[in-house]
Write a protein that binds this ligand. Structure first.
Ligand SMILES: [Zn+2]
Length: 318
């Protein structure tokens, strides 16, 4: 597994700045003894309490570019690890792998999450799907849309942020983005502060569709050994996904200054930066990633203290 050492080093600096001390707790959840948590009853984007509609995780117009058969490819893996910083000994190590809420019968294109209201679904979300379609279709067909201009970049970024915010709800324990940020996307049609988005190209027989999602805390917290499970919050998320030959990766952090070097990451993995915008057109990536390379991108920002042995490849399911 290739890990961005540079990112890890920067994260160390960041953590030092945050005066992280003796015990590091990392992972993807507040431990829950109950079964799958319930989805919210209000619209995740506007907060409306009304009948929620089933939002297709992959919009219907993307269906021709998704596998006709097969599994959703989504599992939720959670990790809780407590390190004693002075001895670097693991004092607690717990891993969970369970099916997420997207394990329904049928192919990926049929998977829905009942989390948005009809007004959002048929309003701004539908408009955004319509706007991104002419930008994305040439890529899905194996080409590139001439150049992706600055205003198109904003649409692509907003669409990728919207996708991430929806799929996050397939596993509530690793759901990170706060309501205010989802609302900001709805109102401005632009990713909120702290969002980074890349696009790449992929070809490979193993990872054919679906997404790979992780969450972790930006700042290792201090816990007394007796109270590590409570009030534990992830505030950084990473989501990578495929639609046909198009690969997307998002990182978002709920804290200012979380270290992400978007250009260095793009160069290392053969991606193009979508967001934050540098106001230049997005050119076709020069490299087509294979399965391993694409999977490496999805774990490329995981902090070095995330236990590697628990990671599954993006195409591995339960
Ligand atoms: Zn709504």
């Amino acid at each position: 597994m290739i890990i961005g050492l540079q990112e890890s080093a920067k994260l160390d600096d960041f953590n030092r700045d945050q005066k992280a001390v003796t015990i590091h707790l990392i992972g993807a959840l507040a431990v829950r003894k109950s079964s799958t948590p319930l989805l919210p009853k209000e619209c995740i984007f506007c907060g409306a309490w009304e009948n929620l509609t089933g939002e297709h995780v992959f919009a219907e117009w993307l269906a021709p570019y998704l596998p006709k058969i097969g599994r959703t490819g989504h599992t939720a893996t959670k990790t809780l690890r407590v390190l004693d910083a002075s001895s670097l000994k693991v004092i607690r190590d717990t891993h969970f792998a369970r099916k997420g809420t997207l394990h329904k019968r049928g192919p990926l294109k049929n998977q829905t999450l009942k989390i948005v209201c009809a007004r959002c679904n048929t309003g701004w979300m539908s408009m955004l799907q319509g706007q991104v379609k002419p930008i994305l279709l040439p890529i899905l067909e194996g080409g590139w849309p001439g150049e992706i201009a600055a205003w198109e970049r904003r649409i692509l970024a907003a669409w990728a942020a919207m996708f991430t915010m929806v799929v996050e709800f397939s596993d509530l324990d690793t759901q990170v983005t706060p309501f205010e940020d989802r609302e900001r996307l709805r109102l401005t049609l632009e990713p909120p502060d702290g969002w980074y988005i890349w696009i790449g190209l992929h070809a490979g027989p193993l990872w054919t569709s679906g997404f790979n999602h992780f969450a972790w805390p930006s700042i290792p917290k201090v816990y007394s050994k007796g109270q590590i499970d409570k009030a534990y919050k992830n505030d950084v998320q990473s989501t990578g996904w495929l639609v046909g030959p198009a690969f997307f990766q998002t990182i978002s952090a709920g804290v200012p200054g979380y270290p992400v070097d978007r250009f260095a990451f793009a160069i290392r993995h053969g991606l193009r930066v979508v967001w934050p915008s540098d106001k230049l057109p997005i050119e076709r990536p020069v490299r087509v990633m294979d399965d391993i390379a694409a999977d490496n991108v999805t774990v490329g920002h995981l902090p070095h203290f995330y236990p590697r042995k628990t990671l599954r490849k993006a195409w591995e399911t339960m």
